[in-house]
Ligand binder design. Structure first.
Ligand SMILES: CCCCCCCCCC/C=C\CCCCCCCC(=O)SCCNC(=O)CCNC(=O)[C@H](O)C(C)(C)COP(=O)(O)OP(=O)(O)OC[C@H]1O[C@@H](n2cnc3c(N)ncnc32)[C@H](O)[C@@H]1OP(=O)(O)O
Ligand SMILES: Cc1cc2nc3c(=O)[nH]c(=O)nc-3n(C[C@H](O)[C@H](O)[C@H](O)COP(=O)(O)OP(=O)(O)OC[C@H]3O[C@@H](n4cnc5c(N)ncnc54)[C@H](O)[C@@H]3O)c2cc1C
Length: 581
């Protein structure tokens, strides 16, 4: 926090610059510096910002974002915490009516935060207006004791991020002033009348912002993992590639290159997509402040798509890196286990991936239908009904591969929409029909999202300012990424007729050549991510390659090595040995 102040970094940008090395297994302030700060910046009106932002900047207020309840995370409209306006006292009464309404999970809520943005069902003049955000003080700002009417605690150990306190929270008819409702987009006036926002999902804005931030963080986490595994693979010698010859670096094995190089490429694909979504988010934020919400649905869908894909790719990539390090990948000091546990949660939080992909699919189907009817659709989905341009590019060129993605994605949406219509005719109910098609719908969303990511990778590499040699390496990496994802999804390309079996064999051959061509670039590529050793925190991935020395040194720090004979010997082992059991 001192560094942020020194460098004049505003609180709401802190989470982008904070590195996981500060607290490798989670950070109790992350939701304060990310979601809480963003909620104040985007959901509070100027007067409220004046009141709370300076206090949050000085860490006098430490906040969290309390939305999820034990009973509902995904279905935000189903939240049960109520905020009922009392016109007599001009207060909202916050209440948790059931066990399932208990807020559950918010980061920092258990012990760290003294305030929260609480999402609760807003009731005024006897009517419910759905979930709205409220600024709520939870603890005394001096003593840190929880306030009367607020019941707080920590939820217990998790798979990872245990340096963070995740909390639970209940309200017992807890009163807050009317002016604590975040009123930038919707308001409750003194007489209790409700003023609608210009778009009814603006109160979900903090989730959209966080999804974009997660995409960025996923590229960083994956970059750490590939750095560790690639450097280790250059140090580690094992087996014989040619009988009788010295043991090679494991990076010489094609299978090892196949494990690592596509994930090095993936770091760039995610990073370039993150930059593109971030640019869009800034534009949309500027438009919203001028009262224009036209592009909000597009941003929502893109952030859902990229959050889902990047969290899935980085989690799988980190696990592959861990496995690529053999036994040493399993030791905590390799840094890989904590990278995995602090990344796999991104699949679940901020919108569970399947659910987000179904949001994307809903948008694809609606846009496809609108396109067929000649209605206007937004730019990213115009291709669904636009004519094919396949023949214009040389066969199997990068452009042709992108076109193959585009046509296959459009084809899958078309097929799935027909299936949806057939199912609807059988069920006579759209929602049942939707559910019966939802696996296919998720596949549509995944292919569309992959198409977007491939397209961003290619267009960024083509326009990037770099020396010819650097550009050439990035082009190879991008080509590898495209081919790798085509081979993983080959069924879709065959079904759409965009690529033949022969094309796929040719591409596969090229992929193997690219692995060999890129092998000498693997270490320079990860060195270029420029992570300090302190940040990587890995015995396997340090710059100097002293893997075995570092593993040995780290083992000496084990508390069990403080004495030659442990207490457990005297207490349990010796009696057991003597018991003749
Ligand atoms: C080396 C180390 C590197 C270090 C890097 C450091 C970087 C660190 C950065 C880290 C950043 C942050 C970390 C913070 C930690 C985060 C912790 C996690 C916090 C949380 O999890 S908070 C809780 C999050 N909860 C959710 O996400 C809930 C998910 N559910 C929903 O969002 C919604 O319920 C829904 C699934 C979207 C459905 O909503 P709803 O039922 O209301 O809507 P419908 O499905 O009926 O759709 C109606 C209509 O509305 C559109 N819509 C929905 N949402 C939005 C939106 N947000 N914006 C615009 N429009 C929206 C939807 O598309 C429909 O439109 P249509 O009718 O089809 O036109
Ligand atoms: C580490 C961590 C930190 C978190 N931090 C916070 C925080 O700071 N603040 C906060 O408010 N919350 C936080 N959360 C909660 C998080 O946002 C939710 O867990 C997440 O949104 C998923 O909701 P859920 O747990 O209700 O899962 P569920 O929705 O119950 O999901 C369970 C399964 O049901 C499926 N499912 C659900 N709905 C549908 C559907 N409509 N269609 C198809 N399948 C469906 C899902 O795909 C999934 O397979 C955190 C969670 C974790 C794990």
């Amino acid at each position: 926090m001192r560094k942020l102040a020194e460098h004049n970094i505003p609180l709401r940008e802190a989470s982008i610059t904070q590195v996981h090395s500060v607290l490798r297994d989670g950070n109790p302030l992350i939701v304060h510096t990310s979601m809480f700060a963003n909620a104040l910046a985007s959901l509070a009106n100027p007067k409220q910002q004046q009141q709370w932002v300076p206090l949050a900047e000085k860490n006098r207020i430490i906040g969290t974002y309390a939305q999820t309840e034990i009973g509902h995370g995904t279905f935000v409209r189903g939240l049960e915490t109520t905020a009922i306006f009392d016109p007599e006292t001009k207060e909202f009464v916050l209440h948790s009516p059931t066990i399932t309404s208990t807020k559950w999970w918010p980061g920092g809520l258990g012990k760290t935060a003294n305030a929260a943005i609480v999402m609760a069902q807003l009731y005024t003049q006897g009517k419910c207006y759905g979930p709205h955000p409220f600024f709520v003080q939870l603890r005394d700002f001096d003593t840190h004791h929880s306030l009367p009417g607020v019941i707080l605690g920590e939820i217990g150990p998790r798979l990872g991020i245990n340096s963070q306190d995740n909390g639970y929270l209940r309200f017992d008819h807890y009163r807050i002033p009317r002016t604590n409702m975040l009123m930038r987009h919707s308001q409750v006036l003194e007489d209790g009348s409700y003023v609608k926002p210009i778009h009814n999902k603006l109160s979900y804005g903090t989730m959209v912002w966080t999804r974009v931030a997660i995409v960025h963080s996923c590229s960083k986490k994956l970059a750490c993992a590939v750095t560790i595994a690639t450097r280790y693979s250059a140090v580690r010698h094992q087996s014989e590639l040619v009988p009788g010859k010295p043991e090679p670096q494991i990076l010489e094995y094609q299978t090892q290159q196949y494990k690592l190089l596509p994930h090095i490429a993936s770091v760039f694909a995610i990073l370039f997509s993150a930059s593109s979504v971030l640019r869009m988010q800034r534009n949309v934020a500027a438009s919203i402040s001028k009262g224009n919400v036209e592009l909000l649905p597009e941003l929502h869908i893109l952030s859902c798509a990229m959050k889902a894909l990047s969290s899935q790719d980085s989690t799988q990539g980190i696990e592959t890196c861990r496995l690529a390090c053999g036994g040493h990948g399993y030791i905590a000091s390799s840094g890989l286990p904590s990278l995995y546990t602090s990344t796999t949660c991104t699949i679940t939080y901020e919108g569970e991936n399947t659910v987000l992909l179904l949001q994307v699919a809903r948008y694809l189907i609606k846009s496809y239908r609108a396109g067929l009817e000649g209605l206007p659709v937004l730019p990213s989905v115009m291709y669904l009904t636009a004519p094919s341009a396949m023949h214009q590019s040389p066969p199997l060129s990068n452009q042709a591969l992108i076109e193959a993605f585009r046509i296959s994605s459009a084809n899958l949406v078309k097929e799935t929409e027909s299936r949806l219509c057939r199912q609807f005719n059988l069920e006579q109910n759209f929602h049942y029909a939707w559910n019966r098609c939802s696996v296919a719908l998720v596949h549509c969303a995944e292919l569309h999202s992959r198409y977007y990511m491939c397209e961003k990778f290619l267009s960024t590499v083509e326009s990037i300012r770099a020396s010819d040699r650097v550009r050439s390496v990035l082009q190879d990496l991008c080509r590898l990424y495209l081919i790798h994802h085509i081979t993983l999804n080959q069924g879709h390309f065959l079904r759409s007729g965009t690529l033949s079996g022969v094309d796929l064999s040719t591409l596969e051959e090229e992929m193997y050549e690219l692995l060999a061509k890129l092998r000498p670039q693997a270490v320079p590529l990860v060195d270029a991510f420029d992570f300090r050793d302190e940040l990587l925190g890995s015995t396997l991935g340090a710059w100097d390659g002293r893997v075995y020395e570092r593993l040995y040194e780290e083992a000496q720090k084990s508390p069990l090595n403080k004495t030659d004979v442990s207490k457990a010997y005297h207490k349990y082992l010796q009696p057991l040995m003597k018991s003749n059991l």
